[in-house]
Design a protein around this ligand. Structure first.
Ligand code: ATP
Ligand code: MG
Length: 776
């Protein structure tokens, strides 16, 4: 341990060695904040703190996995495995499952992804016969999402005339009703959306003091990375859980706060000192990531922001090469420049693909880059685009699986009730939906009772509905005894999905079948690793939980060497030797949607700061003079952000642009001291501007657990050693389920099982042959 502490600089060492009490580390990019958190956790453990009582919240689950791995290297994997690490969403989804009954939810609640949510909202808008051009489903959802993240429940909404007025002013007087219907619909379907995972956790901790006490006692040490981007809902959770022991350590950088548009509240970091007593504040100043050129250029950028904490960032690293600026005629040419530069660099310096990242402001910009990389045969990987689990054929299979677990799940049901086609038309589905709303039951329950309800359906249709119900029920029966792989394979075949895809002999059609095979491979992997649970069964429910929270940044476990393409938002916390920031153009970056107020522009500038500080050695800024936007070739001007960097740090690869017309920044001179929230009132929706973030992006802070469980090799080690000694009453520790009490033992030899009541997650029956348990 000492070795690792010695490797830290003085300023980093202090917060590591400060064991107890509230503390905040505010420091610029690349100064070792994440590293300090990691070493601090290892240090706490070396001081006798039980891994089980440490909760660490990260921006992605990938970050959590990496942290855990490093800690394992220091303290040993046996020690590290019990740490609770992950994103807010993954950690609290886990807790919600074990407490779901308190909130009236089934423990196997479905997690709706943003597509499911949009679909549900669309359906509601249609049922309410509202104008879709005014009530745009995505906008409505983003509005609801911002309410949820501010803990404004439906009831609170209707008690707040100001909010209602605000929605009325933006021509959506019935937003509250949509909100109400959406919440009812989710509840009826046994489903939570992403925002619910936080909202319901808050509800749980507020309404049930005994639950709060349980988790307060459990998580004696809480650590949060990227604290500047926590929203109100997350803030309250952290606040509540840390209230008893006040051992809370948060790290962040106000200059990297880039999620205000989604409710992140920079005040969480600014007010931390006020929230706890005796807060110790630490600052780190030395950047270890980047060259002097990059660090100093980044400093000159962030200096332009008025709202910021004063911070020093310096580096002892070399000056390194200047930041290269490149202009091209079109976006296609920009793509070619990036691809050929990567190609040349790889040739000249034996570099790997993985040492390059291409960052952009909006997902749509990836296409030109992809085309160019493909032409050069450079392998790449897009993060935050359509993830594997969002592909149509995969979602179809998953929706059947969701129904198996929770037949009330309406979004899943509506999606597959007539796919593959089985003669259940839209009109029938509409009738079912109306009846379901009328009886306050799920569509599935209506279908189960179709004989007793007069929906004016002909007998043929009724039969088809009953056949569907029978099919899902037969899957449920099979699911009781089989593992996730068996049931998925069965579902893919018996529903006719695979046959349907086989009809399409085009390469795209074949690719879809391969995707389903890939899904099955993934599930096989999963079930093999899960054999220890409930006597040789990797349950579908566990697999689906992993999937529901999966984002592709987290799934990146492959060793394939690829260039990384992602939005700047997604790149937070990461680092690459070479970074291209492309599309450095006015209206694109800064985005046209975010220039109307100083604070919006400042957030864009912070985003640029994040982009540039991802680079270790070489940064490129590229822009095109024209590009296709909304189907039209549009002229563009270089981004003001290029101009804002002191020229000494830049090298222009192309002659500077004569047409360059610098747009003056819209300043407080124009807006005076107008409160930003009031300015937003005038906008159609005060939440996410439509172009600002895509659906997929909106999931990116959601953590994803790896497909493979931690215990991938269940047959080695573990309980075999002591399974004879285990008796009822023993307190044991399990690597995934944590602490529990042995209630009962049954069976002999290889079939010997222990019934264990875990503190979190309830009673489970484990086959001792596989279970890795330690008696404590
Ligand atoms: P960001 O703000 O981008 O999240 P950060 O402050 O979390 O950055 P880290 O990612 O922890 O910074 O560290 C940046 C890089 O510097 C990493 O590669 C890390 O290993 C390295 N580093 C940090 N501290 C030291 C140190 N004392 N000695 C050597 N390398 C260090
Ligand atoms: Mg970090």
């Amino acid at each position: 341990m000492q070795k690792y502490i010695d490797q830290l600089n003085e300023a980093q060492r202090e917060p590591v060695l400060q064991k107890d009490g509230p503390m905040i580390i505010i420091a610029g990019a690349g100064s070792g904040k994440t590293r300090v958190l990691t070493i601090r956790i290892a240090y706490l453990m070396s001081q006798g703190v039980d891994a089980f009582s440490i909760l660490s919240l990260t921006f992605t689950n990938k970050a959590a996995r990496e942290m855990k791995k490093r800690i394992s290297d220091i303290v040993g994997s046996n020690e590290a495995k019990n740490l609770w690490m992950g994103t807010f969403h993954s950690v609290f989804a886990r807790i919600l499952r074990s407490e779901a009954d308190k909130l009236g939810y089934p423990s196997n609640f479905t997690i709706y992804d943003s597509q499911d949510s949009v679909r549900a909202i669309s359906a509601i808008i249609k049922e309410m016969q509202l104008d879709r051009d005014i009530y745009k489903p995505k906008q409505v959802l983003s509005r609801i999402s911002s309410y949820k993240n501010s803990l404004i429940t439906v009831k609170a909404y209707f008690n707040n005339p100001e909010l209602q007025e605000q929605d009325a002013m933006s021509k959506k007087p019935r937003l509250g009703e949509i909100y109400q219907n959406y919440v009812d619909r989710c509840f009826k379907a046994g489903a939570m959306d992403f925002d619910d995972l936080l909202l319901k956790t808050n509800e749980l901790l507020t309404r049930f003091p005994e639950v709060l006490a349980k988790y307060q006692n459990r998580f004696r040490y809480i650590l949060v990375d990227e604290y500047q981007d926590t929203n109100h809902s997350q803030y309250l959770i952290v606040r509540a859980l840390s209230d008893k022991f006040q051992n809370i350590c948060v790290v962040g950088d106000d200059a990297q706060s880039i999620y205000a548009f989604r409710g992140a509240n920079i005040n969480n970091i600014l007010n931390f000192q006020k929230d706890y007593e005796g807060v110790k504040t630490f600052r780190l100043e030395q950047n270890y990531r980047s060259t002097k050129n990059i660090v100093e250029a980044a400093n000159t950028i962030i200096d332009k922001n008025k709202t910021k904490l004063d911070k020093i960032v310096w580096t002892a690293n070399d000056f390194g090469p200047k930041i290269k600026v490149h202009r091209s005629l079109t976006d296609a040419e920009e793509g070619r420049f990036v691809a050929s530069t990567i190609f040349e660099q790889k040739m000249q310096h034996q570099m790997m693909n993985g040492q390059f990242a291409i960052l952009y402001r909006t997902n749509a910009q990836s296409r030109a880059m992809e085309d160019a990389l493909r032409k050069r045969d450079i392998p790449y990987r897009i993060y935050g685009g359509l993830s594997f689990y969002q592909r149509k054929e995969i979602k179809d299979v998953l929706c059947y699986l969701r129904l198996v677990l929770n037949p009330k799940d309406e979004e899943a049901l509506v999606r597959v009730i007539n796919y593959p086609a089985r003669g259940i038309g839209d009109t029938t589905v509409e009738k079912l939906t109306v009846a379901a709303n009328h009886y306050k039951r799920s569509i599935f329950e209506v279908m189960q009772n179709i004989d007793k309800i007069d929906l004016k359906l002909n007998s043929g249709t009724k039969q088809k509905l009953q056949d569907f119900v029978t099919m899902i029920q037969s899957f449920q029966v099979i699911n009781e005894n089989q593992d996730a792989f068996f049931i998925t394979d069965h579902v893919a075949k018996k529903t006719g999905l695979v046959q349907e895809l086989k009809k399409d002999a085009t390469p795209e059609g074949m690719a879809k079948i391969q995707n389903i095979e890939e899904l099955l491979n993934g599930i096989k992997d999963f079930t093999e690793g899960q054999r220890e649970i409930d006597g040789a069964r990797g349950a579908l429910s566990e697999f689906m939980e992993d999937v529901a929270l999966a984002t592709d940044l987290d799934k990146d476990t492959s060793d394939e060497d690829r260039v990384a393409l992602m939005t700047i938002h997604l790149a937070k916390g990461l680092e690459f030797p070479h970074v291209f920031v492309v599309g450095m153009e006015e209206d694109l970056f800064p985005s046209a949607m975010s220039m109307s107020t100083r604070s919006e522009l400042e957030e864009e500038r912070r985003l640029f700061y994040v982009a540039l500080t991802r680079a270790e050695h070489q940064a490129y800024l590229t822009y095109a003079q024209s590009r296709y936007r909304w189907g039209k070739l549009t002229d563009s001007e270089p981004s003001r952000f290029i101009e804002e960097i002191d020229g000494q740090y830049l090298e222009y690869l192309t002659p500077a642009d004569n047409n360059y017309r610098y747009k003056p920044m819209i300043d407080s001179d124009i807006f005076g001291d107008v409160d930003k929230s009031k300015l937003r009132l005038a906008k159609p929706v005060a939440g996410t501007p439509p172009n600002y973030v895509t659906n997929n992006e909106s999931k990116t802070d959601i953590n994803i657990r790896k497909l493979k469980p931690v215990s991938s090799n269940a047959s080695s080690g573990g309980a075999n050693l002591f399974d004879n000694k285990l008796v009822a009453g023993n307190i044991v520790m399990h690597e995934r389920f944590g602490k529990g009490e042995v209630l009962n033992l049954e069976g002999v030899g290889a079939d010997k099982k222990a019934e264990i009541k875990f503190e979190v997650g309830g009673i489970k029956k484990l086959l001792l042959r596989f279970a890795k348990l330690d008696v404590i």
